[in-house]
Design a protein around this ligand. Structure first.
Ligand code: ZN
Length: 302
């Protein structure tokens, strides 16, 4: 896609938040070019919070954004869908503090966008192109990004469970691949951890209709899994949702090893805090060969 987009008409969905469990009405509304994605708390005098890495507040179990004390919780699934489906500009109106979890996956949001349609503006899209590799790592987990002329993703996970174990996914993130292979994957949890999470005030809205629950040897959900590697696909969904906070379409290959929201946020911070890691290019420029920028000279000669 060479030009910026928005949706064609407003669409709405209602539900509960996964962690706070509060009811919420959400509406996605067309926005002009150069707006980006902006959350609006309609219950708080239409207070606006841009979907930006600069507003990240909390990264434990879900990603939350905050500006001047106003919170939007669990942004990653909806942002993942908007980013992957190529929507550059939209207002997301909510009348509570958490995005509805719907069925725990991105599929209902993909359906909403299909209902809304896409409009293309005349303003050329500006991509964030990665110029040199960067890695964040800790405790055997890591996430890296390397130059590539499209947005690609490799996600590797390990969970000690007979239905999970080691899983891996490698894909180019196109709207088609995303809608079919990643969006339907649901959020998941392990029965053994539920009490602890509830004690932390989390997953108050979780049910078997909006999350996969792994019992010691199986899953508690009547329909079973949607994919044998549904966990890995969902981790890819989450990763894209956190990368979306870059605020521009990405040209680079991301490789994640057992990474979570905290590490995704650290990578985004590392990229955005160092302008020698990326440049901002139109689609045409992106097709030419990227050249690394010279490193900033931090030590003066003499
Ligand atoms: Zn998730």
């Amino acid at each position: 896609m060479k030009f910026e987009t928005s949706i064609r008409r407003p669409v709405a969905v209602s539900g509960v938040g996964l962690h706070h469990g509060a009811p919420v009405n959400l509406r996605i509304v067309p926005a002009p070019a150069a707006t980006g994605i902006v959350f609006i708390r309609t219950d708080l005098k239409r207070f606006e919070i841009p979907a930006s890495w600069q507003c990240v507040e909390r990264v434990a179990y879900a990603t939350s954004l905050m500006r001047r004390g106003v919170l939007i919780s669990t942004t990653e699934h909806l942002l993942s869908v908007l980013y992957s489906m190529g929507i550059d500009n939209a207002y997301i109106e909510l009348d509570n503090l958490e995005v509805p979890i719907v069925d725990g996956s991105g599929a209902p949001f993909v359906e909403l966008l299909r209902e809304a349609g896409i409009q293309t503006y005349r303003r050329p899209r500006r991509y964030l192109r990665i110029l040199r590799p960067v890695t964040v790592e800790a405790e055997g987990k890591s996430v890296s990004i390397v130059p590539a002329n499209r947005f690609e993703l490799q996600c590797n996970i390990f969970f000690d469970h007979p239905l999970v174990g080691e899983q891996s996914l490698d894909t180019a993130v196109t709207p088609e691949a995303y809608a079919n292979e990643i969006a339907p994957a649901r959020t998941f949890g392990f029965e053994r951890e539920l009490d602890q999470m509830r004690d932390m005030g989390l997953i108050r809205g979780a049910t078997l209709e909006n999350a996969v629950c792994f019992t010691p040897r199986s899953v508690a959900n009547a329909g079973g899994l949607r994919f044998p590697d549904e966990c890995c696909r969902h981790k890819a969904l989450d990763l894209i949702g956190d990368l979306a906070l870059i605020g521009r379409p990405l040209l680079g290959r991301v490789v994640a090893e057992k990474a979570g929201h905290k590490m995704h946020a650290a990578l985004v911070n590392m990229i955005m805090s160092d302008p020698t890691i990326y440049d901002i290019v139109t689609w045409e420029r992106a097709q030419s060969v990227a050249r690394p920028k010279p490193q900033l000279q931090r030590v003066m000669a003499g």
